[in-house]
Write a protein that binds this ligand. Structure first.
Ligand code: EPZ
Length: 420
């Protein structure tokens, strides 16, 4: 990716204020794919205007549908979706386009796409997705990066996922809606985004139950209809901002986000000495900026500590008192922000999937480069915490998942602006 955009931050300021958290990227992306389950129009509210959503809309338009995002309202019309292949250039824009595979297979009898292999955070295989679709009756041919699936009709069955993969769960759910009979998925992902997808498909007339539990039941259903749906707040964007204010010190309130979606994050924040207040749809945090290191944090599948919040956590703990050992258990290459934090004065030692973070009194502004989405968020909050000026290259990564981060953080008192 060519990096031209820059964020400039003059750090060392406490954060305070109140903002609304954007809609969830990882909830809305599978929902966009699920719109193909009905030959109708769906309207999705609280949709974040981020490049991954724009990429998903490009795919819908390529397939013959219409997707239009305007001021947070996404209108998707899939009446004319007939194509079933996604070209490489669109797949390369967003790896998680693989989540169109199950719904295209079920609705058109085939799906042809390529998985552009590894990415900035890991190999990203799709073997679990493919096994689930084969169990539903698909023929799948893999040639290099290209995958072609065919079926003359899918049949409900029992599927056990060897790992509770979020994407594989979503692909299997959407394909199972189009199958004849009932599908039971054991060991599905439990993430809130799975619940969101269930609720969206049920709003279209689907019959899914058990999302968020160890057993998902999907009844094959025909003639789903369009619906309107509001996407919940983004728990990872919220976690990024909370770790930012923990590191700078201050007091912020985040609206439109559910504490129940992020208990593991809140628990670690409490361990560092932050005070947390949460109600139905907002979270407030107070920090004196003098943090205590939690001894150990392991990223895990939900409801464990989310891997997507690991990079912002690493930034935050780099100035905490004591030593924290962070285990990245989900992806094999997700510490790329560390080399940039070292340029800012952090004291972090890496050993494969483990980072040993020895807190330092403070970070110092530096020129840093983002290498992936959540690492970019982590470098932004490190810049907020640092003494002096930080220039971060790579807003292209940031914009994949954070809506106007400089505006959001600016509203909380940060001195942050975008250049280029
Ligand atoms: C989703 O990715 C999220 N993306 C990721 O968020 C998130 O990090 C991840 O879930 C884990 O929570 C979206 O929802 C769009 P997985 P996904 O399949 O579905 C291995 C962000 O920053 N695996 O649960 O790709 C895989 O290699 C992004 O917003 C297989 O081995 O994640 C990984 O090690 C990054 N075979 C682990 O499982 C498979 O067939 C978790 O992957 C599938 C996955």
């Amino acid at each position: 990716m060519i990096l031209v955009g820059k964020i400039v931050i003059n750090g060392g300021r406490r954060l305070s204020g109140e903002i609304k958290v954007q809609g969830s990227k990882n909830a809305v992306l599978p929902i966009i794919a699920a719109c193909i389950l009905c030959k109708d129009e769906c309207v999705i509210y609280n949709c974040p205007d981020i490049s991954d959503v724009r990429s998903a809309c490009e795919i819908i338009n390529h397939l013959g549908g219409m997707a239009d995002l305007n001021d947070g309202i996404l209108t998707v019309n899939t009446k004319n979706v007939e194509r079933s292949e996604i070209p490489k250039e669109l797949m390369n824009k967003m790896r998680s386009s693989v989540m169109f595979m199950g719904v295209l297979l079920g609705m058109t009898g085939g799906a042809a796409l390529c998985t552009p292999g590894g990415c900035e955070i890991g190999a990203r295989p799709v073997d679990i997705h493919i096994k689930a679709l084969k169990m539903l009756g698909a023929d799948v041919v893999e040639e290099g990066e290209c995958i072609s699936c065919y079926s003359k009709g899918l049949n409900g069955c029992k599927i056990h996922l060897e790992f509770p993969s979020v994407g594989a769960t979503e692909n299997a759910m959407m394909a199972a809606v189009t199958a004849k009979g009932t599908t039971v998925i054991s060991n599905p992902a439990l993430e809130p985004e799975i619940v969101e997808l269930q609720n969206f498909i049920n709003a279209m007339g689907g019959k899914i139950s058990g999302a968020g539990t160890k057993t998902l039941v999907i009844e094959g259903t025909e003639n789903l209809h369009g619906t309107e749906f509001e996407v919940r707040g983004d728990r990872i964007v919220a976690a990024t901002y909370l770790f930012g204010v923990a590191g700078t010190g201050g007091n912020i309130r985040l609206n439109s986000v559910k504490a129940e979606d992020m208990e593991a994050v809140l628990s670690v924040l409490r361990e560092t000495g932050c005070e947390i207040y949460a109600n139905e749809n907002s979270i407030s945090v107070w920090s004196d900026g003098k943090l205590k290191s939690p001894k150990r944090v392991r990223t895990q599948v939900f409801p464990g500590f989310p891997t997507d919040a690991q990079a912002p956590l690493t930034s935050c703990l780099s100035v905490a008192h004591g030593t924290a050992v962070i285990h990245e258990e989900i992806f094999e290459n997700r510490f790329r922000h560390v080399e940039e934090l070292l340029k800012m004065g952090a004291d972090i030692r890496l050993d494969n999937r483990v980072a040993v973070v020895c807190g330092v009194p403070c970070l110092y502004g530096a020129n840093v480069v983002a290498r992936e989405l959540r690492g970019a968020g982590a470098l932004c909050i490190a810049g907020l915490m640092a003494k002096g000026k930080t220039v971060m290259e790579g807003t292209e990564y940031l914009d994949r998942g954070y809506v106007n981060i400089e505006q959001a953080l600016g509203m909380l008192g940060a001195d942050i602006k975008r250049e280029g």
